[in-house]
Design a protein around this ligand. Sequence first.
Ligand code: FES
Length: 109
Amino acid sequence: MNAADRVIKIVCETGDVAHGCAKRVELEGLPPLAVFNVDGEFYVTDDTCTHGDASLCEGEVEDGIVECPFHQGAFDVRSGKVVSAPCSIPLKTYDVIVTNGTVAVELGE
Ligand code: FES
């Protein structure tokens, strides 16, 4: 993919998401996103669980693992990998750029 095919969208400020917490963000043209702060590192995934229509931002986050509030499936927010059933489909993750207190995602066109 060429650099010209990449689009950067600002998601939120780093100060909007406390350590160990998550924030749901809705941007035009994208599914709802979840921004996670794991020990000062920011990760962005889809907010909707791959098992059902749950907002992962409403789940518990511990050590980079988010537990879905509906059926307690879990994902590693750093990789999107499934950690616990009943989830079986990985969570979509986004390339994150943090600059000057701003969290952005880099998207392919
Ligand atoms: S909806 Fe998330 S585990 Fe079922």
